[in-house]
Design a protein around this ligand. Structure first.
Ligand SMILES: NC(=O)c1ccc[n+]([C@@H]2O[C@H](COP(=O)([O-])OP(=O)(O)OC[C@H]3O[C@@H](n4cnc5c(N)ncnc54)[C@H](OP(=O)(O)O)[C@@H]3O)[C@@H](O)[C@H]2O)c1
Length: 199
């Protein structure tokens, strides 16, 4: 399975480190020339490459990890999603002091889903600061928890599988309207919790 990353910055690279170590093939992209990521890709090993945003978006599973104000641009003009999975790691922060975007009553991942028609959107990897997300998920004799929510149960299961193979424990929160709200930052009760699943 090939995983593409749109926005290989702090969160994208944190996630990339785990999935690369787990053996997945990876394609990194950002907002610049792909060569700007060459050194980072080299450090992740021979199964990681760099590409344009459009090329990364063609992977089997794609992570979106761009600033909220860039979400629309990052998802525009991409090839049809045709049911492929889009992992949404973004948070709807638009200004200093974690000022929240006005979303008109939707959760942020529902907004992302509306901008990526045909994608099966799964919200994940958005609840921890980048340094904690990047660190070894094995802690205190257990595994760090990441939450997943999405409207497609099979997609939630697939993303949970990727995260588990990468060392995390997962908790499935259900759909984007309810689960997505619980894990959304700011506002939801789950972001910033460093939960460890024992056993
Ligand atoms: N920082 C955290 O601790 C944290 C925790 C949880 C969730 N989040 C969320 O994760 C998302 C990413 O945050 P971050 O801290 O990783 O940000 P970041 O370090 O600034 O990285 C953002 C990445 O997005 C790329 N990008 C920006 N606009 C783009 C576009 N139009 N097309 C393609 N790529 C584009 C940037 O490319 P260039 O470098 O070329 O500009 C960069 O690679 C945000 O929504 C944030 O709220 C952050």
């Amino acid at each position: 399975m090939k995983i593409g990353i749109i926005g290989a910055g702090g969160i994208g690279q944190a996630f990339a480190g785990h999935v690369a170590r787990a053996g997945y093939e990876l394609v990194l992209s950002n907002n610049r020339d792909p060569d700007s990521l060459a050194e980072i890709a080299r450090a992740l090993g021979p199964r990681t490459s760099v590409a344009t945003r459009e090329q990364a978006a063609q992977a089997d599973v794609v992570m979106l990890a761009v600033p909220w104000l860039q979400v629309e641009a990052a998802l525009s003009g991409l090839p049809p999603w045709k049911g492929r999975i889009l992992i949404d790691a973004t948070n709807p922060v638009v200004g200093p002091g974690f000022q929240a975007a006005e979303l008109g009553g939707s959760t942020s991942s529902e907004v992302v889903a509306s901008l990526a028609p045909g994608a099966r959107v799964v919200k994940a990897a958005n609840t921890l600061p980048r340094t904690l997300l990047a660190s070894d998920p094995h802690e205190a004799g257990g595994r760090r928890v990441l939450f997943v929510s999405g409207d497609d149960a099979d997609a939630r299961k697939d993303v949970s599988g990727i995260l588990q193979r990468s060392g995390f424990a997962t908790i499935d929160l259900g759909d984007l309207a309810s689960g997505g709200k619980l894990q959304q930052f700011p506002g939801g009760p789950l972001p910033t919790l460093n939960l460890i699943k024992l056993g």
